[in-house]
Design a protein around this ligand. Structure first.
Ligand code: 3Y8
Ligand code: NAP
Length: 249
């Protein structure tokens, strides 16, 4: 009896949930519970951490999970590492549904950096108007570059004012559109966009908008992902499920 656990939180995870629900395949969708309101899913949802690798192992065993699908964001490195370790410890087969990294196109002005701190360093110099499209978790790192005016895009309104003297906040969640991101960059007269190489379609609009407006992009490379089987589309996950279940799906 197939019983899937999806580690979610991305556009592709939502698409996978839709495909499994349409096929009446038993699955649970898991969120970390990072934001106040989570996107509803057509599957039973669980919210919150598992309590480390041990907690995930216990969850897999007590819920008789037969397949683990890691469809988390490429920057959710700890969750992905835990998924690999829990799969090895329990023998529950694991596959990752990821998206290829974005690659610069003709007309892009990208400055590629390895991590958040390097993105902060890249902002040394005169005052500019900077869009930080990196969410909430890493905002404090930019307080050492207070000379800029920052546009912050967040999923939730900030609980306390971000530690940046000059900033404006836009509360929005993706997937984002080209028209929306063009209007946003123009309205705030943005010079530079700082973002993570999330890949996928949900947050790519700002890159196309930046290209059309001739803006600079500071692109933060994703952390190395752990060794595991990876696919880039829902159909490949369905094929994997077919191959790894006796009677197929
Ligand atoms: C809680 C679950 C869907 C999923 C939508 C995707 C697209 C929009 C790109 C920008 C970049 C950012 C941020 C972003 C992207 C999608 C996808 C993706 C980036 C939700 C979601 C959860 C989160 C958590 C949140 C982080 C934050 C990061 C905002 C849902 C909407 C900036 C990452 O306040 C916080 O604590 C927010 C935390 C982790 C990164 C950060 O450091 O702040 N995502 N994002 C998930 C959970 O609880 O398990 O409610 O939909 C999901 C999505 N985020 O089906 O429509 O698939 O990539 N999310 C980044 O890439 O830089 C926004 O603004 O242009
Ligand atoms: P992370 O740093 O890799 O994980 C930190 C801890 O959060 C994990 O060890 C786990 O707690 C818990 N966790 C993470 N994802 C979970 C999930 N889907 N279900 C249950 N618990 C989860 O993760 P993160 O970067 O904070 O990302 C959290 C969520 O936001 C994920 O769903 C991710 O897909 C989504 N997201 C993240 C980003 C980003 O930029 N990081 C962007 C878009 C969406 P325990 O150790 O207690 O099990």
């Amino acid at each position: 009896m197939i019983n899937i656990l999806i580690l979610g939180g991305t556009t592709e995870a939502s698409a996978l949930a839709q495909a499994l629900a349409e096929r009446n395949i038993s699955a649970t969708f898991s969120y970390a519970g990072r934001v106040a309101t989570l996107k509803p899913q057509p599957l039973p949802v669980r919210v919150g951490g598992f309590g480390g690798v041990e907690g995930l192992i216990t969850y897999l065993q007590t819920h008789r999970i037969t397949h683990l699908i890691d469809a988390t964001h490429p920057f959710a490195g700890q969750m992905s590492q835990h998924a690999v370790e829990a799969s090895q410890a329990t023998g529950v087969p694991l596959i990752a549904l990821t998206r290829p990294a974005w690659e610069s196109q003709p007309g892009d002005h990208w400055h590629i950096v390895p991590d958040i701190d390097a993105a902060v360093d890249a902002l040394s110099g005169d005052s500019q108007r900077v869009m930080l499209a990196i969410g909430r978790m890493h905002l404090p790192a930019f307080s050492v570059q207070p000379q800029h005016h920052y546009l912050l895009r967040l999923v939730d309104a900030p609980y306390s004012p971000p530690p940046l003297p000059e900033h404006s906040v836009v509360v929005d969640r993706g997937p984002f559109t080209l028209d929306g991101d063009l209007a946003l960059l123009r309205e705030h007269a943005i010079d530079v966009v700082v973002c993570k190489n999330a890949g996928g379609t949900g947050a790519a609009a700002k890159l196309v908008a930046a290209r059309q407006l001739g803006l600079f992009v500071i692109m933060i490379n994703r952390p190395p992902s752990p060794q595991r089987q990876e696919v880039h589309c829902v159909d490949a996950v369905l094929d994997w499920l077919d191959q790894t279940t006796e009677r197929g799906v």
